[in-house]
Ligand binder design. Sequence first.
Ligand code: HEC
Ligand code: HEC
Length: 349
Amino acid sequence: MGTTLRASWRVAAAGVALLGIGLALALTLPVREHRSVSRAPEPATSPAPLAALGRAEPIRPLRPAEGLDRAKIELGRRLFHETGLSGDGAVACATCHDLARGGADGLAVSLGAGGRAGSINAPTILNAALGFRQYWDGRAATLEEQIDGPLHAPHEMASSWPKALAALEADPAYSTSFERLYGGVTEDAVRNALAEFQRSLPAPAPFDRFLAGDGAAISADAEAGYRLFKSLGCVACHQGAGVGGNMFQRMGLLADYFAQRDGVTGVDLGRYNVTGREEDRFVFKVPSLRNVALTAPYFHDGSAATLEEAVRIMARYQLGRSVTGEETRLIVAFLHTLTSTAPSGGAGS
Ligand code: HEC
Ligand code: HEC
């Protein structure tokens, strides 16, 4: 576990280093021919066997989560759907992270306890376990730590630990499960079960089969879209096993995204709200693009209604270029291959 963790930090660090190169490439070579791009540049002398090409891909296949406890996952799943954890007994994690809606809520901003509107778009939790931090601004380090946010937020579950724990204690089915698995109903136990459930959710997509060498797993359009995704420079930020989720970047790197939107809100400041550093203004965690076809509307402000629109905005504001309708179509075809086909929550023993 320690090694895997360290390894993934190295990957994240390498990703940050790669970013400069990726962007420089994207900027200086805007119209690289697309046919050869699926083969990552290899030294001329390299025989470039398939396995080596696979290792060079900027997007990594999903690896099954290991060492998860099936009983804890199941307890976490029940808690995730438990409205009794909220102050008004009406809101569960699943209210805003509906597994039938790709782990999100389909709204621009979420509605919580008492129907109160939040100020930011709910990301899917399907891939949250792959993220190097939690939240758009990365203010929580782990899934366990993240849970304090929704539990207390007045516009989310509007509750507290004492209230939530008392509700669980009072329910014999819960108290028995907690007693058996954790020795009692505690804050740490609730955090762990909910996190364990979320760690069980990442599930492979057709694109993982493609990365593993099955050329027929995705369509020719989607493959062309992946080449564009690489040659345009999207992979400078959306990369690794999560196709994102391993670095912070400014929204509007090459053009002012917020100037064309009416009024900057507090949440638009992004990572600045956490660090107070000027260079973190408008900086967000690069979201994972796994299952992105299921989670419209897009961006932290929920402003892009469709994937096509999100792709055009990304090209313009992150890469400083425009994409044609055909290029957009191909990239969207690729993004659809990131939708998990195996049922989520299948991991564990
Ligand atoms: C009222 C809607 C609502 C409820 C209820 C809710 N969330 Fe969220 N969740 C959100 C929103 C909105 C965000 C994004 C907030 C931000 O980034 O500032 C979020 C972010 C997250 C993230 C971070 C994902 C990422 O990719 O960064 C996780 C994990 C998460 N929620 C899990 C949970 C869990 C577990 C519960 C129940 C204990 C829960 N949420 C309850 C709306 C909700
Ligand atoms: C410089 C880094 C960077 C580059 C390059 C980049 N992105 Fe993004 N991408 C981000 C960030 C940061 C966000 C979140 C922005 C926000 O919510 O305000 C994002 C969000 C997205 C989203 C919305 C995801 C969601 O769940 O809301 C999509 C789709 C997307 N990017 C696709 C692309 C595509 C396609 C390209 C290439 C044309 C691309 N990105 C290039 C950093 C980048």
